[in-house]
Design a protein around this ligand. Sequence first.
Ligand SMILES: [Zn+2]
Length: 273
Amino acid sequence: MEAIAPNLEGVNRYSLESPSRNGAAIHGRLRRACRRAWPLLALLLTACASAPQPTHNPLATWTPSPNYNERKAILIVVHYTEQESVEHSLRTLSNADSKNPVSSHYLIGADGRIYQLVDDGARAWHAGIGRWGTITDVNSASIGIELDNNGSTPFASAQIDSLLRLLADLTDRLNIPRTQVVGHEDIAPTRKSDPGPRFPWKQLADAGFGRWPRGDLVTPPAQFDAWAALAVIGYALDDRNAAVKAFHHHYRGIEGSKLDDTDRRILYALTRR
Ligand SMILES: [Zn+2]
């Protein structure tokens, strides 16, 4: 999660206040005003906590149409908490008074219990700065799933079983393509290492989630551009070593930041038709 990254102090605050800076700032002032009014306005605080963002543009005449629904996520981002317990993570992910407030839609314990902290239709603060393909505001486009794991131990089988059930539910119910399941390090390779090389991406792929090379790996033709393939999959190439490191974690469960022939074969399998 973002809370453990010192360089992210303020990132989510920035996300809160921009680009919809006006609406978020008004919302923030409302919340601060509500806090000052406590305890006399306890009921009002409840109302403020769930106050919707202003939606009517004063530049336009409001002539409402009934033909709309909630915008839906198109990507699922998997994290580990890098903390020692579910209880600790629930506190971190729910702390509105933190200097760097963070959240995720879901948290899954090592015992397989699934907690939901944010509505599927709302924007949780789990991704921070990152990019996947053309998606540049990942929080706005994604569902975040945190796994209770400290980053140095294997993921519990009960936890992965629950994750697979949750992915089936989310992709079906929200109509998110099953290929659109990635790790935090995939979308933020210069800053993040979760869910790391221990995460069982192959097991997810066998269940139909994420992208995985099919068939035998073969040597690509000479004109094959592995970097272009990496970008086509979704990786940002601002820092190529970081992108390869994340790719290695995801597809090979290894460390290393140099693109090699095995990577080229995997990338060819991932992108050829
Ligand atoms: Zn993360």
